[in-house]
Ligand binder design. Structure first.
Ligand SMILES: NC(=O)c1ccc[n+]([C@@H]2O[C@H](COP(=O)([O-])OP(=O)(O)OC[C@H]3O[C@@H](n4cnc5c(N)ncnc54)[C@H](O)[C@@H]3O)[C@@H](O)[C@H]2O)c1
Length: 441
């Protein structure tokens, strides 16, 4: 057979696949040579999966995970949510208290889709019960939690993959590899564009729905009356449970900024944040429009900005309005990457292949598959516990600076706020009993 009959359609297929992934063909081909995609385990070695937190994202993750294992049980403090998930995954068991699910020996893997303020206690309990975890981002509610969690996971030798799935998207990896290899010259500044948060409220008190254990839902956070704008999806607009878009999308894009800067096991040394709009009294209280200037010890500076604001050094976006994504600005040009695209000041930045000896980053093209691969190999996954903790520490420090309305200095080695005892208090928060560390011991 004429080899062209095979070669041409295959090349056309590769080109089309690369284009669909938003990647140049050379990178797509190089990526393929850097390791095979994960394969589901055989029918006899499928780990048992437990889903904790059965909202939209937990169910989405679990749907992905079931390619690699068998869903045995689900847990949620809202019985309606648990019922829906139990039916969807044909799970045999349902629990209101996740600790009961963790007692099961036939469960090896946890999908943690709880709201942010529950992530850490669930992860610590799962580690102590000998489970591996796919935990949703933002990994923690506070920096103090993150420091403790890293020790717990390392001590128990568990595999924890953080749900920052952008790391397993070739566009983000390509952008970071190009920046790390000096394609834009010396990296000078990073602009992280995050969505503008909602500005709504106040909201009237409502009766707690009968299917919901509201006290358990609130967990470690102060007791407050129920209203629908505090739960299910909306928790993220309240400082009590989260940090607004700065921790929600910030968990994703700060992670990429740190990866491209080569500081993903460290962090900036200075944060200067401000809220650009007053919050409505009694309404959502996580900053909705905000700007934070950060400095790294390597001289790189970074701005975290909401996407309704204009950045004077912005390189893409209408009127240079900050788009959702990460802009890397260097001495020779720029690269912008978002979930939809990667582009650069000069097309050749992206079109020219990297040299064979270029610095390469961890390769994964399937975030969940990488997790299950690591369960078998016992190696760290692409977004391990420390990386997840460091990425979200950037957001937490940004939130602290915005809330205090002043500059703070950070020591990324000791992981301490320097020279500001009042600000230093905010690296942790008081935990309401009984939902403190003793709840999972
Ligand atoms: N990786 C991503 O792209 C991505 C996208 C969306 C959400 N997320 C993250 O996923 C998490 C969940 O988000 P969501 O939008 O699905 O929220 P959601 O409110 O829809 O779901 C959370 C669920 O957890 C339950 N829950 C609360 N406390 C619990 C506890 N102690 N034990 C068991 N269940 C408990 C709630 O009742 C609810 O059913 C968040 O941390 C969010 O940041 C990640």
């Amino acid at each position: 057979m004429n080899p062209f009959q095979i070669h041409l359609p295959r090349r056309r297929f590769l080109k089309a696949t690369a284009a669909a992934a938003g990647l140049p063909l050379w990178y797509f081909e190089q990526m393929k040579s850097f390791g095979a995609s994960p394969k589901p385990l055989g029918p006899n070695d499928r780990p048992g999966i437990g889903l904790i937190g059965c909202g939209g994202q937990g169910r989405g993750d679990c749907n992905w995970a079931k390619n690699f294992g068998t869903v045995i049980a689900v847990a949620d403090v809202d019985e309606k949510q648990a019922d829906q998930a139990k039916t969807q995954f044909k799970a045999e068991h349902k629990y209101g208290d996740f600790r009961k699910l963790l007692e099961r020996d036939d469960i090896h893997v946890i999908i943690n889709g709880t709201p942010d303020h529950w992530h850490t206690l669930v992860n610590v309990a799962a580690a102590r019960a000998g489970k591996d975890m796919y935990s949703e981002k933002p990994l923690t509610l506070t920096i103090e939690e993150g420091k403790r969690l890293v020790k717990e996971i390392r001590g128990a030798k568990r595999v924890l993959q953080v749900g920052s799935q952008q790391r397993s998207d070739g566009k983000f990896r390509l952008a970071c590899e190009l920046v790390r290899n000096g394609r834009i010259g010396k990296l000078e500044h990073i602009i992280v564009g995050l969505p503008t948060g909602p500005r709504e409220g106040p909201f009237p008190k409502q009766p707690v729905p009968p299917e919901m254990n509201w006290d358990f839902y609130l967990g470690q956070t102060p007791f407050v009356d129920y209203n629908g704008k505090k739960a299910h999806g909306n928790f993220r607009w309240w400082y009590q449970f989260s940090g607004g878009q700065m921790t929600d999308w910030g968990a994703h894009h700060n992670d990429i900024a740190q990866w491209g800067n080569g500081t993903d096991r460290s962090g900036p040394i200075e944060f200067d944040g401000k809220s650009l709009v007053d919050m409505i009294p009694g309404g959502y209280d996580a900053a909705s429009k905000y700007r934070i200037e950060c400095k790294y010890a390597n001289g790189v500076t970074m701005t975290l900005l909401d996407d309704s604001s204009v950045h004077e050094r912005g390189v893409v976006g209408e009127g240079k309005r900050t788009p959702n994504g990460v802009q890397f600005l260097g001495s020779d040009g720029w690269i912008f990457v978002s979930r939809g695209e990667i582009r650069a000041s000069k097309p050749e930045f992206i079109e020219t292949p990297l040299a064979a000896n270029a610095t390469r980053l961890y390769k994964s093209d399937n975030h969940m598959g990488d997790f299950f691969d690591c369960i078998r190999s016992r190696k760290d996954p692409i977004c391990d516990v420390e990386i997840g903790h460091r990425s979200i520490s950037v957001a937490h420090l940004g939130v602290i600076s915005v809330r205090l309305g002043r500059k703070i200095q950070w020591d990324p080695v000791k992981e301490e706020i320097v020279g500001d005892a009042d600000a230093a208090k905010w690296v942790g928060r008081p935990m309401r009993k009984p939902y403190d560390w003793s709840f999972v011991s």
